[in-house]
Design a protein around this ligand. Structure first.
Ligand SMILES: C[S@@+](CC[C@H](N)C(=O)[O-])C[C@H]1O[C@@H](n2cnc3c(N)ncnc32)[C@H](O)[C@@H]1O
Length: 203
């Protein structure tokens, strides 16, 4: 879909609530206060610019690892004809917010879209991305500036299970494994500042 139209829809869907407030509440409720749960969100043009570097193809599958209120997931769905987009989020309160936005999207936006977008499978899963099957993904994004060393080591092993040709976009992190080739590095603006986003391709 045209980026200007996607951004207009996106802004309407996300007006009126704050992922930061929900994340703060979830941290207090669960007691999970470690750095890895630090909240932050993508901003549309900068995220789409970086996603474009991963060269998404029609019919591919997109995963957002730590999806918050679903902004990156829905932006990916709105702008590229992925067949399936999946957000995985540790805090159920953030997952609930993403599912509410998705319900609005299904009711108000999806019926007006061309078939390749109207038929997309969009899901938000509650849980730890380290415990999910990521092997079906073609393009994965992780806005994980605050993910700790242990998480990144475990995630790197999981990413090695991806099929050759799969692309991984890491914002604020890099991976060191011969299983991945470097594609591109870009400064990505976010709603909290800037992160270095690196695109890799599974060898
Ligand atoms: C910086 S936010 C990014 C939100 C969204 N992807 C975006 O860019 O707008 C990182 C999110 O990852 C979640 N998170 C951290 N560790 C996780 C894990 N192991 N499994 C699933 N989600 C996790 C946090 O709760 C937080 O919501």
């Amino acid at each position: 879909m045209d980026i200007a139209r996607a951004q207009e829809i996106f802004e309407q869907l996300y007006s009126g609530f704050s992922g930061y407030d929900i994340a703060r509440h979830e941290k207090e409720r669960t007691g999970l206060q470690e750095a890895g749960t630090t909240y932050g969100e993508v901003v549309a043009p900068a995220f789409l610019d970086v996603l474009n570097e991963a060269a998404p193809q029609a019919g591919e599958v997109f995963f957002d690892l730590g999806s918050g209120t679903g902004k990156a997931t829905l932006l990916a769905a709105l702008t590229f004809p992925f067949s399936r987009v999946v957000g995985i989020e540790l805090f159920p309160g953030l997952g609930d917010a993403a599912r509410k936005v998705l319900a609005r999207y299904d009711a108000e936006v999806r019926p007006q879209l061309p078939a390749e977008y109207a038929q997309q499978r969009i899901e938000f899963i509650d849980g730890d991305f380290l415990e999910q099957d990521l092997s079906v993904a073609d393009v994965l994004f992780a806005h994980g500036t605050c993910y700790g060393q242990e998480t990144m080591e475990k995630l790197t092993h999981k990413l090695e299970e991806l099929r050759p040709g799969a692309r991984v976009i890491l914002a604020g992190q890099t991976i060191k494994t011969p299983a991945f080739a470097f594609v591109k590095m870009k400064v990505m603006r976010t709603d909290w500042g800037t992160a270095l986003a690196t695109v890799y391709r599974r060898q």
